[in-house]
Design a protein around this ligand. Structure first.
Ligand SMILES: Nc1nc2c(ncn2[C@@H]2O[C@H](COP(=O)(O)OP(=O)(O)O)[C@@H](O)[C@H]2O)c(=O)[nH]1
Ligand SMILES: [Mg+2]
Length: 498
């Protein structure tokens, strides 16, 4: 069941291409129960190894020397050592030579791997880090311990007071959910002055034990004199090792899960920051484009207005000229009209294509209206002949009047008071033409107004806000984030695996 949880974590971690961290590697590869010996120099750790392995103070025991050497004691058929956990060298047969060798190894400041055939090593590896509290690079050791330890044995000569540093160390074990036992050592030492003897020691230790935090168990140990105390400790470790081991793995799984959830969350944060930067950049680009479009639209609009005015003036000038000079016909008039609108349509299509707006239909003027205008031609001739009384004046005027509208002509006619029968008819004609022209003018103006508003509206529509939220959502969707979030959910679900 614990194996399944571990392999599920591995699967999840692999699925998001995260590296296996040391704790996960330890969970994957290490099936052995690991005991870490900790405590100040001289607290009796090495002495305990000697006692546990039934050796006669062969491991170098000293109250003075503390080194950086780390002893890793594993099970093996022979009593041998190595600096690399391979190519082991057998210890000499002679006990004094062995002691000498172990003393050398103790001063090597390296990691020394030891094989020994004592049966307790079939259950557990033992790691002794001398001088743990004496050296500065504690963190390195501490990290190693946090990763590997299934149980920590904390050594303290029973008659010494716990130090703040030691308290802090034990608290950090509890924080990491690492189980530990306290070994009160050297219980063979008595002190008559302080009233410490074999009878009073257990109560004395019991009183002090409260300051050692949340240990599993404490033991009174005398590695030197009372070997049965070592027997009890061994018995405890062997008979409880399965429970302790399962607890430890469960805790490690919990820790490694937390580590990955934390690092995935950190990674998500980084990705989100990147996306936010992208959003800002996109927003800038969008705003810039908006401004450019606005400017371009404004320019186009101005050009269009000028074009429209020019063309409109031309249109009416031509119509007037045609009517005044009695040239042209209905088709020609209609062509002028359609030509004008086709031109406007052309401008709209080419200059405002970005706006993508609907170009309104061309205004249609019934041919009859043009016919009506043209049918008045004959009557116009009459007016003109009527006018030819003042021939000199008339020629000049005729040219000038080409562009004038018919309403002003009618008014002028009335002013001249030539209102005979023909005269009245002429006024009527002028008024009629003026009204037809007015109609055309009105149609033109209304339609142009519609076009102008449509352009303004479309330009307005274009000026939308950059939709940060949906842009962000899309980018998040396209990124690794959903996969990572799912990994977190899956990691949290591992608890439910039974
Ligand atoms: N009286 C007594 N002395 C001990 C006992 N265990 C260790 N010592 C002495 O304490 C000193 C330090 O022991 P050692 O095992 O080297 O401590 P370490 O530095 O924690 O490994 C040595 O002089 C040992 O002889 C014990 O059970 N009783
Ligand atoms: Mg030692």
């Amino acid at each position: 069941m614990l194996r399944k949880k571990i392999s599920t974590i591995v699967e999840i971690v692999d699925s998001i291409n995260f590296e296996h961290n040391k704790l996960l590697e330890n969970l994957e590869n290490d099936n052995k129960f690991t005991v870490f010996l900790t405590g100040k120099s001289g607290s009796g750790k090495t002495m305990l190894i000697n006692a546990i392995l039934n050796l006669n103070e062969e491991f170098y025991v000293s109250s003075k020397v503390s080194t950086l050497t780390q002893f890793r004691v594993y099970y093996g058929n022979k009593f041998e050592y190595s600096f690399s956990n391979s190519s082991y060298q057998e210890f000499p047969d002679d006990i004094e030579e062995r002691k000498q060798k172990l003393r050398e190894l103790n001063n090597s400041n390296k990691i020394v791997y030891i094989h020994n055939s004592d049966s307790i090593l079939k259950y557990m590896d033992i790691i002794d880090i001398p001088g743990f509290f004496d050296f500065r690079n504690k963190n390195e050791y501490l990290n190693e311990l946090f990763i590997e330890a299934d149980i920590v044995l904390f050594f303290k000569p029973y008659n010494e007071m716990i130090t703040p540093e030691e308290k802090q160390f034990l608290n950090s074990l509890t924080e990491k959910n690492i189980q530990y036992c306290v070994l009160f050592t050297k219980t063979d030492i008595t002190n008559r002055v302080e009233g410490l003897n074999q009878k009073t020691i257990p109560d004395f230790v019991k009183n002090h034990s409260k300051s050692y935090g949340e240990y599993l168990e404490y033991f009174l140990i005398s590695a030197k004199k009372y070997r049965e105390t070592i027997g009890e400790l061994k018995k405890y470790l062997i008979s409880n090792y399965l429970d302790i081991s399962n607890n430890s793995i469960t805790n490690k799984i919990e820790r490694v899960k937390r580590q990955y959830i934390d690092s995935i969350n950190d990674f998500i944060k980084t990705l989100l920051n990147k996306i936010n930067v992208e959003v800002e950049r996109e927003k800038d680009i969008f705003d810039k484009n908006q401004i450019e479009i606005q400017i371009k639209m404004m320019e186009q609009k101005e050009i269009l207005e000028i074009n429209i005015t020019d063309n409109k003036n031309n249109l009416f000038k031509n119509i007037n000229r045609m009517l005044n000079s009695n040239r042209g016909n209905v088709d020609e008039l209609q062509n002028l009209w359609i030509g004008f609108w086709e031109k406007i349509k052309g401008y709209l299509e080419s200059d405002f294509s970005i706006l993508n707006f609907h170009i309104p239909d061309l205004p249609y003027i019934d041919k009859e209206i043009f016919e009506e205008m043209m049918n008045l031609e004959d009557l116009l001739k009459l007016i003109d002949s009527n006018n030819s009384n003042d021939e000199d004046d008339g020629k000049k005027k005729k040219k000038k009047n080409d562009d004038e509208d018919f309403l002003s002509k009618a008014i002028e006619f009335i002013k001249k008071k030539k209102i005979s029968g023909k005269g009245i008819k002429s006024v009527e004609i002028y008024l009629k033409r003026a009204s037809l022209q007015k109609q055309m003018n009105e149609i033109t103006n209304t339609k142009l107004k519609i076009i102008a508003t449509t352009i303004s509206d479309s330009t307005q529509e274009q000026r939308t806000e950059f939709d940060e939220e949906s842009f962000k959502k899309i980018r998040i969707k396209e990124s690794e984030i959903p996969k990572l979030e799912k990994a977190i959910v899956n990691l949290e679900k591992i608890d439910a695996i039974r």
